[in-house]
Design a protein around this ligand. Structure first.
Ligand SMILES: NC(=O)c1ccc[n+]([C@@H]2O[C@H](COP(=O)([O-])OP(=O)(O)OC[C@H]3O[C@@H](n4cnc5c(N)ncnc54)[C@H](O)[C@@H]3O)[C@@H](O)[C@H]2O)c1
Length: 350
C-alpha cells in the first residue's frame, strides 16, 4: 500500500466525494469503502482503483493499515461508528452535523480524546472563497462592528423528498443550519469570546413536506440570534424551494457593519449559466470536477483533514466546533417547540 490508509464509512452522495478526494490526494491511499449497500460501495470503489469493499464498518476499522476514516452516514447515525473508530485508534473526519443529540456529541468527543485521535467536523464553508473574503474583510476591520446579518440557505424539495431517504429522521436545521451556524460562529470569533450569543428565537413549521410528500419533518426554521455585542442575526433554512429553482440550493448572506457591508450570493451568482430547456447554474465553487479531479472548497476541506493526519497537525475545525453547533440547533428546536425565546449561554464549555 502506497501512502497512509484512509477509509470511508457511508458511500452515498457525499461519501463518494470523500472517497474521490482520498483517491486523488498525494500521500493518501484509499484503503476501504464501506456501505450497508454492497453494490453502492462497489460502484464507488470500482472507479477508484478497486479499494476493498465492506458492508460492516467494524471490519473496515479492524484493518490496521487504515489510519483515518471519514464518517459519512446519515446525520443521526454518527455516534456509534465514530466511537468505534476512535476505539480502534483511527483519526476521524465526521460529516456535519457532528451529532443530533448532546449525549452523542459528547460521547464522540470523549472517545476521540481518550484515544488521542484527531477529530474534525466537515464544516467546509471555512474553505469557501466567498466566506474567506468576508472573514478577511472583518479581520482587517474594514466593515467595522457587525450590526446585522441575514443568512439564508435553502434547498429544493428534491433534497428531502428524493435525495435523502432519511430526511424524516433529520431536519433542514441539522442538514443546512449546521453549516450556517458554524460559519457565523467562526466569522464572529465566538469560540474566543465567552458566551457570545445571549438568546435565540426560532419558528419551525411542518406543512408541505409532511402533508404532500409524507416526509415528517419541518418545512423550514426561521431563527433570530441575539448576540451580547448588539449584533442580531436572522437565519433562514428551508427544504421547500420548488424543484424549478435554477440550482438545488439558494445561499445569500448579507453582513452589515458600522463601516461597510458585505453581500454573498453563493448559488445564483451567474458565474456559469446553462441555458437548455431551462436556466440553471452549474456548480463552480462547491465540488466541481476539474480535469477529472474533485475540486472546489468541499474537496479542499477533506484534503485539509488528510494533510493534517499525514503531517500530524491539528485541523482548523475540531469536535468542540461540532458540539457548539449541535447545542445551538438543540436550542433552536427547544424554542420552536415552546414558542419562546431561549437563553443560549456557553456553547464551548460545560
Ligand atoms: N458537507 C456537506 O455539504 C454535505 C452534503 C451532503 C451530505 N452531508 C452529510 O453527509 C452525511 C451523509 O449524507 P449523504 O447525503 O451522503 O447521505 P446518503 O443517504 O446519500 O448516504 C448515506 C449512506 O450511508 C449508508 N449507510 C447507512 N447506514 C449504514 C451503516 N450502518 N453502515 C454503513 N453504511 C451505512 C447508506 O446505505 C447510504 O449509502 C450526512 O451527515 C449529511 O448531513 C454533508
Amino acid at each position: 500500500m502506497n501512502g497512509v490508509g484512509f477509509g470511508v464509512i457511508g458511500a452515498g452522495t457525499w461519501g463518494e466525494l470523500h472517497a474521490r478526494v482520498y483517491a486523488d490526494t498525494p500521500g493518501v491511499c484509499l484503503a476501504g469503502v464501506c456501505d450497508l449497500n454492497r453494490e453502492r460501495a462497489q460502484q464507488v470503489s470500482r472507479s477508484l482503483r478497486d479499494a476493498p469493499v465492506y458492508t460492516d464498518y467494524r471490519d473496515l476499522l479492524a484493518d490496521e493499515r487504515i489510519q483515518a476514516v471519514s464518517i459519512v452516514l446519515p446525520d443521526f447515525l454518527h455516534r456509534e461508528a465514530a466511537v468505534e473508530a476512535a476505539r480502534q485508534g483511527k483519526h476521524i473526519l465526521i460529516e456535519k452535523p457532528l451529532a443530533t443529540t448532546e449525549e452523542d456529541a459528547r460521547a464522540i468527543l470523549a472517545a476521540a480524546a481518550e484515544a488521542n485521535v484527531t477529530l474534525m467536523v466537515d464544516f467546509h464553508n471555512r474553505w469557501s472563497p466567498l466566506f474567506q473574503s468576508l472573514r478577511q474583510a472583518i479581520e482587517i476591520g474594514e466593515l467595522g462592528e457587525a450590526q446585522m446579518i441575514t443568512y439564508r440557505l435553502n434547498d429544493t424539495l428534491y433534497v428531502p423528498t428524493k435525495m435523502l431517504s432519511w430526511s424524516a429522521r433529520s431536519s433542514v436545521a441539522w442538514f443546512l443550519a449546521s453549516h450556517c451556524l458554524d460559519t457565523l460562529l467562526w466569522l464572529q470569533g465566538a469560540r474566543e469570546g465567552a458566551d457570545a450569543i445571549e438568546r435565540l428565537y426560532c419558528v419551525a413549521k411542518k406543512g408541505l413536506l409532511a402533508r404532500q410528500y409524507g416526509v415528517d419533518t419541518p418545512d423550514y426554521y426561521l431563527t433570530t440570534l441575539e448576540w451580547r455585542s448588539g449584533l442580531t442575526i436572522f437565519l433562514e433554512n428551508a427544504w421547500i424551494l420548488p424543484d424549478s429553482s435554477p440550482s438545488i440550493f439558494d445561499l445569500k448572506c448579507q453582513y452589515i457593519g458600522t463601516k461597510g457591508a458585505f453581500l454573498i450570493d453563493g448559488s445564483h451568482h451567474g458565474a456559469a449559466q446553462r441555458l437548455t430547456q431551462t436556466l440553471s447554474y452549474p456548480d463552480a465553487l462547491v465540488a466541481p470536477t476539474i480535469h477529472g479531479r474533485p475540486s472546489g472548497f468541499a474537496a479542499e476541506s477533506i484534503r485539509h483533514f488528510a494533510r493534517c493526519v499525514i503531517e500530524g497537525r491539528k485541523p482548523i475545525v475540531d469536535g468542540l466546533d461540532g458540539l457548539a453547533v449541535t447545542r445551538l440547533i438543540l436550542k433552536m428546536e427547544e424554542s420552536a417547540r415552546t414558542k419562546m425565546p431561549v437563553a443560549v449561554g456557553s456553547l464551548y464549555h460545560d
